[in-house]
Design a protein around this ligand. Structure first.
Ligand SMILES: *Cc1c(COP(=O)(O)O)cnc(C)c1O
Length: 456
């Protein structure tokens, strides 16, 4: 298996850019095999992110009736970094947020309220009030939240400009990963559309509230097949038509169809594509594109995953039970799901030598372990790779979403630096710091360092 750039595309390919960036990261001292060098760094391919954003917007623009309003709101939880949000905003995207922290990041990135969508199943009254005051779109999750909105919308001094909708669970079923399947019969999200009486309740809820103008769905993430996502969107569209027929006007004017396009973790191929997703939607719900509804999307993983790389030094190697093991600096703190659910979240391991050149050699089955103190802290088990040695580097591709941007503080391991990179026409690599590494004093402060006597 060719694990490196050879044979996987021309010099302009993502894999070629990645190998150039790894070499440059070592040469420029961002990470290294030697003593005193940084043991860990994370890279983001700026051109790749821009290409994915353009592919998303282009796929919908090509299918939608001209002039249809559309907002592609990036799901901030996938990569909650202000420079990433600003890059995506520059590419025409907005933000989907689901906590006060995510909202603050979107605002820090300069994303306007009118391009921000607030989801989350547990919004407080204060969060709802703030969103309405700012004019941020709100998708309510449940009838009790709707009652809170009744009080807030009714009592507001001026009518809110915030578009408000309800999240529906189409109950279309699970994908391959239960923990990421939001459209099961008993999912915690949204209003269960197929429960007895639900449809009639929804039609009434909209009839009684002229300010409810949106419907929202998000059928799940990695592991949910496109056809299942499309089926949920079809149900959402049918419900909107039913509500509008009962209302005698086009009360629901916008459908928020969520995100959830899965990502290929097995190779550099970007599949399925945003265009394939649009094609699946066109087949299942052709009327979605006829311009009678504005659209909101909320993609996360499919925009960022392929463009992130973890680079970590191999600190030691050993054998145990005759199995070779490489002890590296990348583990559960960066690849949390891989460590706890390895079958659902396999990652590729790309071997590099201490100079950052692709490492070759006869494949040997070896474990690639992280630095944390528990036995499950493995990135890969019995993986066939050239035999790793201390000072080598491993690259973990496809980690731009939900990996190093969703740090897990086990063992007080620090958040590593994140560097964006661009590659010039001559292959010269320019890095920009997007997030500094967390230093030890920040870890102490977060751990109550200023409250040391509190429990005496
Ligand atoms: C997580 C989430 C998304 C993004 O999902 P991806 O699989 O990253 O595209 C979109 N909408 C909602 C409501 C979410 O919870």
């Amino acid at each position: 298996m060719a694990v490196h750039a050879e044979g996987e595309g021309g010099a302009g390919s993502a894999a070629a850019r990645r190998d150039l960036a790894v070499r440059a990261a070592v040469e420029q001292g961002l990470v290294g095999g030697g003593d005193g060098a940084e043991p860990l760094a994370c890279l983001l391919d700026v051109a790749g992110i821009r290409a994915s954003a353009a592919a998303l917007t282009g796929a919908f623009a090509a299918a939608l009736a001209p002039g249809t309003p559309v907002l592609h709101a990036f799901a901030v939880k996938a990569a909650p970094l202000v420079p990433v949000l600003r890059l995506l905003a520059d590419a025409g995207l907005g933000c989907e947020v689901a906590s006060p922290g995510e909202l603050a990041l979107a605002r820090a990135a300069g994303v306007p309220a009118g391009r921000t969508v607030l989801d989350s199943p547990a919004k407080t009254v204060a969060e709802l009030r703030e969103a309405l005051a700012l004019g941020i779109a709100v998708n309510a999750d449940n009838p009790q939240e709707l009652e809170r909105l009744d009080a807030l919308v009714g009592r507001a001094p001026t009518p809110t400009t915030a578009p408000i909708g309800l999240r529906i669970n189409p109950q279309t079923g699970a994908g391959a990963i239960d923990a990421l399947s939001t459209a099961t019969a008993t999912s915690k999200f949204g209003i269960a559309l197929r429960d007895p009486g639900a449809r009639a309740w929804l039609v009434r809820a909209y009839r009684d509230r002229p300010w409810l103008t949106r419907l929202h769905i998000h059928s799940g993430s990695q592991g949910v097949p496109l056809a299942l996502i499309a089926e949920g969107v079809r149900d959402l569209h049918a419900l909107a038509e039913e509500i509008n027929a009962a209302a005698g006007r086009r009360q629901v004017d916008t459908l928020d169809i969520g995100g959830g396009l899965p990502v290929n973790f097995a190779s550099d191929a970007e599949t399925p594509t945003h265009a394939q997703y649009v094609a699946a939607l066109r087949e299942a719900v052709p009327a979605l594109f006829d311009g009678s509804y504005g659209l909101v999307t909320e993609f996360g993983r499919s925009l960022l995953a392929k463009h992130g790389l973890i680079l970590a030094r191999v600190e030691y190697t050993k054998t145990s039970g005759s199995r070779p093991i490489a002890l590296t600096h990348a583990g559960v703190q960066l690849a949390t799901r891989t460590a706890y659910a390895p079958a659902a979240w396999p990652v590729r391991i790309l071997p590099y030598d201490a100079k950052g050149a692709p490492k070759t050699g006869d494949p040997v089955a070896q474990d690639v372990a992280g630095p944390a103190c528990f036995a499950g802290d493995l990135l890969a088990a019995a993986r066939e790779l050239p035999r790793l040695a201390p000072g080598d580097l491993i690259g973990v591709p496809d980690t731009g979403a939900y990996f190093f941007t969703a740090h897990y503080g086990y063992n007080s391991l620090p958040r590593p630096a994140v560097h964006g990179f661009t590659v010039g026409p001559e292959g010269q690599v320019r890095f920009r710091l997007a997030r500094p590494a967390q230093d030890v004093s920040a870890i102490v402060a977060e751990a109550g360092g200023d409250h040391g006597d509190a429990l005496l």
